[in-house]
Every structure is written in structure tokens, then in C-alpha cells.
Ligand binder design. Structure first.
Ligand code: SAH
Length: 403
């Protein structure tokens, strides 16, 4: 029996505008206690079908999978394999339109949650391995079906589930990372991005192993890096650093507080530069980025990348996060050499572009230096934003020219 969620009168508006979430405050009644992650049908107050979606306890009660009845849930309360094959097929078509994969790039995001009408699901491709990350109970419980669809449609030889840290802990699921389909002798592979080489370890790395969302921004940094003295703060495994070195930066210092990341950074520089002069232009530093910046000489660097982790994971942390962005950017603007280029980012979903820019504006004002915005930066096209879900526009950046 299909379980249903009935909305309050007048609370079906956002669903009719195709917003993919139903907040618990909009729910009038939950019929027959669905399990967390079960597919429910969403009905208007007068009983009209609106959508199917994954039910979960919490502020988002339903994450919508379809506004149509093209696929119906199976007896077990999950969407059938054909649904997943259809959606993965559509996601693949879009990436093919973008030219992904290409001769120079074999790593990309295949499924970007709401942006691919699959709320709660991330799938990143590294060569012939797919790494799946569930952010909802429903996606975690369907991981085997998603994996089967990936094996049959996306031509991968293994699917790794990296959801232990992201799927809800309170939903009573037995969370663990590991291969769902296929197997790999090693959890690590070498991928290419715009012709640059990177080692990715999906088991030991952060997120799915690599920050694919900075691909276009790394390319941009490469295009300005020749002859520059580069400081890459929050460098992780050295994405921006490798592009800058390969583009002829005169020196690159990369800073991250994670020893695992810095170990991988060293190997990535070596993989691209060997024993050559590029490797000699690079220093890897395992330290707190803010301390490092504070102790650096004014004018020591004339290109900086500042790409911190999400300071605001939730809305209640917003004020503190904005203060942190302001302090960090003020320190960077104060220290950069005259004529310097500052690439600064926020990946906090709770901080919108306007708030981030305001924080950077007041940081600039604090230093009193003349600062121009050269570009506004964002996530690449394989991280699409669902037009009905503007919250998906999470990566915000500015390229500043500091006099
Ligand atoms: N720019 C990177 C991604 C950065 S993710 C890329 O292109 O791949 C954010 C990084 O910040 C993580 O690697 C995390 O280990 C690091 N980090 C978090 N807090 C830090 C701190 N206080 N100082 C230095 N690094 C920090």
C-alpha cells in the first residue's frame, strides 16, 4: 500500500512551482507511518496527487523524485530500477552535451542532487569508477539500485558508496562505506583534469575524494599564474597548485591543515613535475591557513587562492561564518602584493552570493586598499543548478585585483 503525506491547505504552492523539498511545517498528516527513506506520495489537502518523494524525519519531510506518475514505487517502498536507469541516462546525456568525459578530463560529476532532479544523491566519476554519496535516508536505501543503473548505463567497473559521513545518522540505518558493485584492488586512481594529473583516493579522501567543483576555477588560475608568486590556502591535494606550477608560476606555496591531504599534494606535484624544476618551485606546508597568512611577509605573494571549507553548515551558524569570511579575506587583501590577484571562495550553501560579497566588501574596506572585482566565479556546468531550487547555486567566488 502506497503511503501518503497530505499537505495543509495552501501549502502545495511550492510543489506546483517544482521546488524539490517539502518542509515539515507544510504537512497536515502522515498516513500509516512510513519508514525513513520510504517513497511516499504527496497529496494536496483535497487529495490530488502532487509528487513522489523520499520521506524522512526532520525539517525536510519529503525530497521529491518526480512530479509525474511515469514511474511508480515498488512494493518495497523504493523506486524501481527503471526509474534510476532513466534518471542516470538523462544525467549522462547532459554530461555528453558538455563534452564530458573528454580526452583531457576523465573525472566529473555525473549526478548533482537537486540539479539532476535526484535530491540527496551525488555521483562522481573517476575514470572507470563511480563514487556515490547519499545525503538522505532514501538515497542510502536505494544505493544498490543506483549502483546497478550506473554499472549498466555509465560503463563503470565499480561503484563505491561513500555515505557514512553524509547519510543521516538518526535514521537507524546501518551506515558503512564500501564497494556496492565490482571491486578495485586499490581505493586510489590517477585521473586527468584538463590534461593535469591527480591521484584520487575515494576511501581516505574528503568528500568523494576530489573537489571537482573547482575545475573551471583552477583553469582560470592557471591562465593568470605565469611568473606569479602563488599562495594556495586550504589547498587540499593541490588542485590549484598543480595548474599554477604547470602554467609557469615562479613559486607556489600550498597550505592545508590535513596531513593526509598534504601527503597527497606532494605526490600530485611529483606526478606532474617529476624531479623537474616545477617541483623545486613548490613548497607544501601542513599548517593552519589563517596562522600561515598572519605570519607571512606583506607583499610575499602576488596571486592567492583562498578556498576554505564551508564555514556555515547550517543557517544558525551564519553570523559566525560571515565574520570568519570577513577576517580571512581582510588578512589576504592586507598581505597581497600591489597588483595582486586574489581568488576567494565560499562553498557554504547557507551563505548566498550577496552575503558573501558583502563580507568581502567590508574586508576590503577594513584594509583601506583599492580593490576591483574582475570576475564573479561559480561552479562548473556538471554541477547544474535546478532552476526551481536556487539554493543549489552554492559555490561563490570573486576574482579581485588589489592595487
Ligand atoms: N581548493 C581545494 C579544496 C579545498 S577544501 C581543491 O581545489 O581541491 C578545504 C580544505 O581546507 C580541506 O582540504 C581541509 O583539510 C582544509 N582546512 C580546513 N580547515 C583548515 C585550516 N584551518 N587551515 C588549513 N586548512 C584547513
Amino acid at each position: 500500500m502506497m503511503k501518503s503525506i497530505v499537505l495543509k491547505r495552501g501549502r502545495d504552492e511550492s510543489v506546483r512551482r517544482f521546488h524539490p523539498w517539502i518542509f515539515s511545517g507544510a504537512v497536515a498528516s502522515v498516513e500509516e507511518a512510513p519508514y525513513e527513506g520510504e517513497v511516499v506520495e504527496v497529496l494536496s489537502h483535497d487529495g490530488h496527487f502532487l509528487a513522489y518523494g523520499h520521506y524522512q524525519k526532520g525539517s525536510i519531510a519529503v525530497r521529491i523524485l518526480t512530479f509525474a506518475q511515469d514511474f511508480r514505487p515498488s512494493e518495497d517502498g523504493r523506486m524501481p530500477l527503471a526509474f534510476w536507469q532513466d534518471r542516470i541516462g538523462k544525467a549522462l546525456n547532459m554530461r555528453r552535451t558538455l563534452g564530458l568525459p573528454s580526452s583531457g578530463t576523465d573525472c566529473y560529476r555525473l549526478v548533482h542532487g537537486e540539479g539532476d532532479s535526484l535530491p540527496g544523491l551525488i555521483v562522481d566519476i573517476y575514470g572507470d569508477v563511480a563514487v556515490l554519496q547519499a545525503h538522505s535516508a532514501g538515497m542510502y536505501l536505494s544505493a544498490d539500485l543506483v549502483a546497478e543503473a550506473l554499472m549498466s548505463c555509465a560503463g563503470v567497473r565499480a561503484v563505491f558508496n561513500k555515505s557514512e559521513g553524509t547519510a543521516p545518522h538518526k535514521a537507524g540505518l546501518d551506515l558503512h562505506d564500501g564497494y556496492i558493485c565490482g571491486d578495485c584492488l586499490s581505493d586510489e586512481t590517477a585521473v586527468s583534469e584538463n590534461g593535469h594529473k591527480f591521484l584520487v583516493n575515494w576511501a581516505a579522501g574528503q568528500k568523494t575524494g576530489f573537489f571537482l567543483d573547482q575545475r573551471d576555477n583552477r583553469q582560470l588560475v592557471g591562465s593568470y599564474a605565469a611568473g606569479r608568486k602563488v599562495l594556495n590556502l586550504f589547498c587540499y591535494t593541490g588542485g590549484f597548485s598543480v595548474y599554477a606550477l604547470n602554467a609557469g608560476a615562479s613559486s607556489v606555496v600550498s597550505v592545508d591543515s590535513s596531513a593526509v591531504a598534504v601527503g597527497m599534494l606532494r605526490r600530485n606535484v611529483e606526478l606532474n613535475s617529476g624531479e623537474s624544476d616545477a617541483a623545486r618551485r613548490h613548497s607544501a606546508v601542513c599548517a593552519d591557513a589563517i596562522d600561515y597568512l598572519r605570519d607571512s611577509r606583506p607583499g610575499e605573494f602576488d596571486l592567492m587562492v583562498v578556498d576554505p571549507p564551508a564555514f556555515a553548515k547550517h543557517r544558525d551558524a551564519l553570523d559566525n561564518a560571515l565574520r570568519a569570511y570577513r577576517r580571512l579575506n581582510a588578512a589576504a587583501i592586507a598581505k597581497i602584493a600591489p597588483g595582486g590577484l586574489l581568488f576567494t571562495y565560499s562553498c557554504s550553501q547557507a551563505v548566498d552570493r550577496k552575503a558573501f560579497e558583502l563580507a568581502v566588501f567590508s574586508a576590503a574596506a577594513q584594509t583601506g586598499r583599492s580593490v576591483r572585482i574582475l570576475r564573479r566565479l561559480t561552479q562548473p556546468a556538471d554541477h547544474p543548478v535546478n532552476i526551481y531550487h536556487p539554493e543549489g547555486d552554492y559555490l561563490k567566488g570573486l576574482l579581485l585585483y588589489v592595487e
